[in-house]
Design a protein around this ligand. Sequence first.
Ligand code: HEM
Length: 178
Amino acid sequence: MVVARGLAPHSEPAADRSTQRLAGLIVLLALVQIYLGGLVAGLHAGLSYNTWPLMDGKVIPSDLLLLEPAWRNFFENPKMVQFVHRVGAYTLFVVALWHMIATWRRQPGTTHARRATLLFLLVLVQASIGIGTLLMQVPLHMALTHQGVALMVLGFAAAHWRGTKGAYPLPTEIAVRG
Ligand code: HEM
């Protein structure tokens, strides 16, 4: 995605540095979130605590650190693993929203701003599918859709990030006077 977007024609010059950085952060957050989702699926952690927004009746459920040593909870405790996946989703959502608003403020009407909007909408759709998957106790079609849209989020985020960096510089010509 990054290479293809880099080579494709660019309709806009590069975005400012902070837009570029925020777009890069979203790629990183999406990657981490997909890793966390893999842990949720692997532990079948989506088959328990099938409520939203509360988990086990609380915003921050108890017994998150049940296992010893504490770090094992982040990999083997389904409650902690599901909770961290939720927190990751909220973080990605807020950063994508912030990025969209900031890009429209700094560069209104540009391709960068339009792409930031589409990226936010993709994250919104993905979060909604994730919540639906959880509430419905992980039917296969929902789990597969959630997995597939995750790749769309990551792919689009990566292409958008590359887009904010603008076109490759053209090869410079050296004029030789005879
Ligand atoms: C918004 C960003 C999100 C991304 C990018 C994302 C990504 C993923 C990925 C890649 C998986 C692994 C699928 C697999 O390997 O089979 C997954 C699993 C899961 N996610 Fe998310 N997710 C997001 C948000 C959410 C939210 C908000 C919830 C619910 C509150 C949620 C609930 C689940 C559940 C229950 C599973 C397990 C599905 C299964 O067992 O197959 N996700 N997520």
